[in-house]
Design a protein around this ligand. Structure first.
Ligand SMILES: [Zn+2]
Length: 340
């Protein structure tokens, strides 16, 4: 499998960045060792760090995934999605991510499969965790929603690198807490309109999991095919603080990965045209998948095994994942060889 980068950051094997505490998408497990993205505590080791994490290894509906452009769909994103800009918010440096939590009391959320989900926070991964036709983007922002019965639904927004600063990020980026576990409370505007705009385009949706331990399944994902923008400088601000923070793409029985042909056809990235008409495949990851989805946190052990043996990325020592590097990535492309 060949692998190429569109930016100059050096590809670093598996030994990467930091050892950091629990991820923002995960429920903390008392007494569990800290996971991270290094060789010894990285994604291939998560299941061994705690019995609470074994779904990371045994799960069959894991996230992130490599998305097939033909599975992009229209008319599947919740029509009541509400995301007013933040007027008061807290920014927390969680070591492996920067998390933004609204504190202004405004209502933000959406209805998914008949249940109301409320926005809890959003945070960033560098580079993107999901791939589209094999491509990673520079970053991915996860808008994490939770229902009253603790189910999770995430809107994963891909971030594309642009030369110019995106002014929407100015206030937030100029006040980031530098030290891990530090928090900053801001009375400033964090304009979320760009997030809202991309959800009006086609989206991918499927049933997957948390991308960090305990890797619980039953998570409904929405990935807009359209990206938001951030400058190199702005991205580097995040990268310099959190480093590499993306789990490799995983096996998920709800998602048919792109074939080499599909990936080639979509050269250039975001899926657009093939969408609507070809929604059947994706449906397995949508409504059907939802019905049989496993409750959050209850999936361990029940799904057989053999899934998701995806340790290091290409260029390191296996053929999955992609884009694992100690730095910023604009887009990473893989030639799919045997994936179907
Ligand atoms: Zn996340």
């Amino acid at each position: 499998m060949s692998f190429r980068l569109s930016v100059t950051s050096a590809l670093v094997a598996c030994a990467l960045v930091a050892i950091f505490p629990s991820a923002s998408l995960s429920a903390p497990v008392a007494g569990a060792p800290e996971f991270g993205y290094e060789a010894l505590n990285g994604p291939t080791r998560w299941a061994q760090l705690s019995s609470e994490f074994r779904t990371c290894d045994t799960g069959r509906q894991q996230s992130p995934v490599n998305l097939n452009p033909s599975d992009v769909k229209t008319n599947v994103f919740p029509t009541d999605f509400a995301l007013p800009s933040f007027n008061q918010f807290e920014v927390e440096n969680k070591g492996h991510t920067i998390q933004f939590t609204p504190k202004d009391g405004n209502s933000r959320g959406m209805t998914v499969d008949g249940s109301k989900f409320t926005l809890q926070q959003f945070h960033i991964h560098t580079p993107s965790e999901h791939r589209i036709a094999g491509k990673h983007m520079a970053a991915e922002i996860h808008l994490v929603h939770e229902s009253a019965d603790k189910k999770v639904s995430v809107v994963g927004v891909m971030v594309e690198e642009t030369p110019q600063d995106n002014p929407l990020w100015s206030a937030a980026l100029s006040n980031l807490p530098a030290e891990p576990e530090a928090k900053v409370a801001l009375n400033a505007v964090l304009d979320t309109s760009e997030f809202v705009n991309v959800t009006k385009s086609s989206v991918f949706t499927y049933m997957g999991s948390l991308t960090t331990p305990p890797c619980s399944e039953g998570v409904r994902w929405f990935i807009p095919a359209t990206t938001v923008k951030m400058s190199i400088k702005q991205l580097d601000t995040f990268v310099s603080m959190i480093g590499y923070s993306a789990r490799p793409t995983m096996f998920n029985e709800n998602v048919k990965e792109p074939t080499k042909k599909a990936a080639a056809k979509k050269e250039g990235g975001a899926a657009k045209k093939e969408g609507g008409a070809n929604a059947r495949e994706g449906a397995a990851g949508g409504s059907n998948g939802a019905k049989k989805s496993v409750e959050r946190g209850a999936a361990a052990g029940g799904n057989g095994n053999g899934a998701a043996k995806q340790p290091c990325p290409p260029g390191a020592n296996n053929n999955n994942g992609g884009g694992q590097q100690n730095g910023r990535v604009t887009a990473v492309e893989e030639d799919e060889e045997d994936e179907e």
